[in-house]
Write a protein that binds this ligand. Sequence first.
Ligand code: TNX
Length: 519
Amino acid sequence: MMTKKLIYPGILMLFVIMALVSCKPKVQSDLAKAAVIPKPVTVTSTGDYFILKPQTLISYQSGNEELRAIALYLGERLKPATGFDLKLAPSDAEAKADIYLTLTGTQENGEEGYELDITKGLVRLSASTPAGLFRGVQTIIQLLPPQIDQLTKTEGPWQIATGKITDRPEYAYRSMMLDVARHFFSVEDVKKVIDMISYYKMNVLHLHLSDDQGWRIEIKSWPNLTQHGGSTEVGGGEGGFYTQEQFSDIVKYAASRYIVIVPEIDMPGHTNAALASYPELNCNNKATELYTGTEVGFSSFCTKKDITYKFIDDVVKEISALNPGPYFHMGGDESHSTKKEDYIPFVNKVQDIIVSHDKQVIGWDDIAIATLKPNTIAQHWANVKNANMAVSQGAKIIMSPATKAYLDMQYDSLSKPGLHWAAYVEADSAYMWDPATFTPGITKENIFGVEGALWTETVTNLDEIEIMIFPRLPGIAEIGWTPQALRNWDDYKERIAEHGKRFDAAAIDYHKSPMVNWK
Ligand code: TNX
């Protein structure tokens, strides 16, 4: 009797405790199940978890200012949602750290690879370059619960499952293009896009800086380009442009996220804004009218005039001086009103100009009908024959097939904004393709990387940018980062659904694709 009386309350207590424990928020303590995008190359789980607390110390190997900046970035990134003012300290003893960032010096994971070793007491991130550490920091953020992306303080618990991740990108060039010519987007908007793509470990933002409808970057030696050519956009809005100072600010901001800017000045077609600003660029010496429609293929620089090449040299020189990145994109697409016999020498000359300013040429695959310089890169968007011609000249290819990677395509016939000349591209379709087998004749060793392109004839503000890029852009990022053998839609579908919670937390708009079971 006596013992029973003691046992019953004991069991009861046990139940009460169990009930209380099970009321705690569900903890993800299986690292292998974490919804990281792009999917890391190897993940092993040890079944426990690390907890981020107000007193968590972020340490970084001393002697490298970049590491301090990355530690600072991580601290700031975790602040809004947690409310924690995490301490940072240089240290060569990881034993004292809770989160430790270190350069290992081994090249095993390549330029952007990293290793994460997470135990109950320590998150150890190592890489051979600061860029690798920055990519790894994105993984750390994604291993925390989705509410870490909330912009205001919220409740934890802030757990990270324990285990080990080793990771490295499959392709060197993982990019998004933003067309700021058809509609202009502010420096603030561009910075937000940079943050969004950096979360998915992209390393390039390609800015389409000029087109028929607008010229968007100040060129001091040709001021009317922006004064007049930047004064409108599709639909007749007021347009806009980046001063050189603002452009430098974008470049610097991108660099802090280990992203390079690829400036594109499209030519010889898609040039009405310039032709309207300077009569001498036209064969008949008459300035054209500004254009706010969406037709393509009607404009061309006068390819026979010397002044055209003087102009291009000035433009390439000024932009290249502002941009430490190695590339200059010369466009070259859809030059339907330039004769082929004029187009080919034009492309050849412009490549020389770009190389003379120490930049590597990128052009849309149309340029492959010219003689490509040894390091010229062709961006493949539609024409299989052109892409093959580029490869047969030894060029590397950036894969942006319009039917998969054009972020301006509508998701379906009802979704807005967007066009559908290439296809309707739902979230699954944007994900389910392999760059290495997509285009006949183009194989893995020909491919430099992958780019999702957001043309903006129909896209007018940041909310619409978000709707068009989410959820497709994370899929393109994964195609660029994760080995094909590790990718499949069923697995990705679960992870992107988890990221829906992150978009919600961060107040980012996204297309609620019926292909995904959003939570
Ligand atoms: C084709 S793709 C274009 C752009 C348009 C886009 C619209 C390419 C190199 N040129 O000028 O904006 O289609 O989807």
